[in-house]
Write a protein that binds this ligand. Structure first.
Ligand code: NI
Length: 173
């Protein structure tokens, strides 16, 4: 296992549309292991492969609370089959936009089809935090970030802030 570097706003790779995984093989399982290690280290509750610079449709999640046992979940080639008309609002953050949180409104429930690490097709119905996280991470696979749901003003402010920070970091390096 290896820790991977999490790319941050305004890295243009965050806007890529990731490609479907062609084969559930050892290379993929290694990527998933690295994603979990990177996500737990951050720490975060969700990660899309593109956030470690790999444009493949892979998502890792672990929504277990601090005092609960780990609950790692993997979604390969996830696809939203159905969204509820009813919406819910949750505060969201993103490891690629660190320490920035805003409320986002999304469908309250979704049905998602995906492959597991054995290459088997799975379907789940999600609500609450799981529904929010799945939609947030699947958005990453399509180059969409949670700040895209905010007002233009808020979005441009946060992009400006992270662009400045990246510039400073590049100058110091
Ligand atoms: Ni994110």
């Amino acid at each position: 296992m290896a820790l991977r570097n999490i790319i941050k706003l305004p890295d243009p790779r965050l806007r890529l549309v990731s490609a479907p995984v062609q084969a559930v093989d050892d290379d993929l399982r290694r990527l998933v292991e690295d994603m979990f290690e990177t996500m737990y280290d951050a720490p975060g509750i969700g990660l899309a492969a593109i956030q470690v610079g790999v444009p493949q449709r892979v998502v890792t999640l672990d929504l277990a609370k601090k005092d609960e046992p780990k609950d790692p979940r993997v979604f390969v080639n996830p696809e939203v089959l159905w969204r509820s008309d009813e919406n819910a609002t949750h505060e969201e953050g993103c490891l690629s936009i660190p320490e920035y949180y805003e409320e986002v409104e999304r469908p309250a429930k979704v049905k998602v089809r995906h492959l597991d690490l054995d290459g088997k097709v799975q379907e789940i119905e999600a609500e609450g935090l799981l529904a929010t996280c799945l939609q947030h991470e699947i958005d990453h696979l399509n180059g969409v970030l949670f700040i895209d749901y905010l007002s233009k003003l808020k979005r441009s402010m946060v992009i400006k802030r992270f662009t400045k920070a990246a510039k400073r970091e590049a100058e110091e390096a």
